[in-house]
Ligand binder design. Structure first.
Ligand code: OGA
Ligand code: MN
Length: 307
């Protein structure tokens, strides 16, 4: 078994893990130790991993089934469909459609019925300065709300809408139409019970349109408060990339944002595998009456009664 060295990187979340070489197959004990560290720190940084897409896929698979990238088929790696290319390098002479990926705070694939459990992002090229990624701990975001606010949001559902992905309007109109067709608005619980830790985490983001059963006018100030609160400085770890860093995060308890503060003429090239999450939420039909009529059926109580 590999002897992992774990060093905390942030107060709220994040740890560096060394002593493991992802070019080699890992034994079960090492994977279990990594998973434990991952669940504790939520974001793990594994530096110096000069791995091939095959090795990236093989490592990611140790943590669950890979997301097939059906929600975003157009960004797949040409030879490895499980790998998404997040890059500003032109493709066939045209600007890359992923050059502005992740520019608002989000949890991966929250605009689908299977938000990603985790994501593993590998840095292959980076600009000299800037282009960091920030992560925020959503357990802390939930736990620092007042008891009254927690009681209010425990039963709330939020409508996640892919058209709120920042920069989507810069993509080609045909692509945007396809993205919208594949990903209709979807309602998710605002508070998620993490299936491994049993802890509650806030699950809102800048990709939320409004709350089910509340008018837009009612939703707006609450949403503004929650999305700001969720990413308070003291909940955040900011990662400055080095080439061959593999960073893995738990999307069920964190959000992240990719900062645009770098020279866009310089390459930034990243590869991502996502671990498939559990089915969650439902396609939102625009009819609030059903949810509004059953305020007692909270996700917390539903989850608590089956777990
Ligand atoms: C992602 C993403 C962050 C980045 O790949 O899910 O949001 O820094 N990217 O590129
Ligand atoms: Mn992302």
């Amino acid at each position: 078994m590999a002897e992992l060295k774990i060093r905390r990187l942030g107060y709220a979340l994040g740890a560096e893990v060394t002593g493991v070489d992802l070019r080699q197959p890992l034994d079960d004990g090492t994977v279990a130790a990594l998973r434990e560290a991952w669940m504790e720190h939520l974001v793990l940084v594994l530096p110096g991993q000069d791995i091939t897409p095959e090795q990236h896929v093989a490592f990611s698979r140790r943590f669950g089934q890979l997301d097939p990238n059906d929600a975003t088929p157009y960004y797949r790696h040409p030879e490895h469909p499980e790998v998404l290319v997040v890059s500003n390098k032109p493709v066939n002479g045209k600007p890359s459609e992923t050059r502005n990926t992740g520019r608002n705070w989000h949890s991966d694939l929250s605009y689908t019925g299977r938000p990603a459990m985790g994501s593993l992002l590998l840095c292959k090229e980076r600009p000299d300065v800037g282009g960091d990624t920030m992560f925020a701990n959503q357990y802390l975001a939930y736990e620092t709300l007042s008891p009254r606010m927690r009681a209010f949001i425990d039963s709330l559902e939020a409508v996640h809408d892919v058209t709120l992905v920042k920069g989507i309007e810069q993509r080609s109109p045909e692509l945007v139409a396809e993205i919208k067709r594949i990903n209709p608005p979807i309602a998710h619980p605002v508070v998620r019970i993490h299936p491994e830790s049993g802890r509650a985490a806030l699950f809102v983001s800048q990709r939320v349109r409004h709350f089910v059963g509340l008018s837009d006018e009612e939703s707006e100030p609450i949403l503004r408060f929650l999305t700001r609160h969720a990413v308070r400085d003291e909940f955040v770890y900011r990662h400055r990339w080095t080439v061959n860093d593999l960073v893995m995060w738990d999307n069920r308890a964190t959000m992240h944002v990719a900062l645009a503060d770098f020279d866009q003429s310089k390459p930034r090239h990243m590869l991502r595998c996502s671990i498939q999450g559990e089915p969650l939420g439902y396609v939102y039909q625009g009819d609030d009456s059903a949810a509004a009529a059953k305020p007692e059926a909270t996700h917390r109580s539903v989850v608590a009664s089956v777990s």
